[in-house]
Design a protein around this ligand. Sequence first.
Ligand code: ZN
Length: 150
Amino acid sequence: MSSLSELYQNVILEHNRSPRNFRPMTDADRKADGHNPLCGDQVTVWVKLEGDVIGDVSFQGAGCAISKASASLMTGAVKGKRREEADALFDRFHRLVTGTLPAGESETLGKLAVFSGVSQFPIRVKCASLSWHTLKAALEGGSPPDRPIA
Ligand code: ZN
């Protein structure tokens, strides 16, 4: 991983073109907005909880390919997971993109491992982690969509 172009692997480009779960959710339990001023990325994440499980998750936003593809892959990765599993996944993902995940452990991240190259580009770390931080904010008490976001 040495050039920026290598960072944009096919999986990232494809999810940027056709993001998954890219829609507002009218019956969500939680919602949060995230903004990355360094790059201008913006994202809104909606979550529908079924007890302790993330029954559904969606997002909308505008930003760079990394932020959009990361949000798309994030929704696929956490749907159907318990909140603590999603938290643990975010922890591993964050260590992946900051380059502190031990070698060999990136395989436990499945498709999310395509973001390993981000660790070579510190300015892109916030792009890749924005949707995860926003998911966390939503899970930790984001307002329901029918109430204003403080
Ligand atoms: Zn960005």
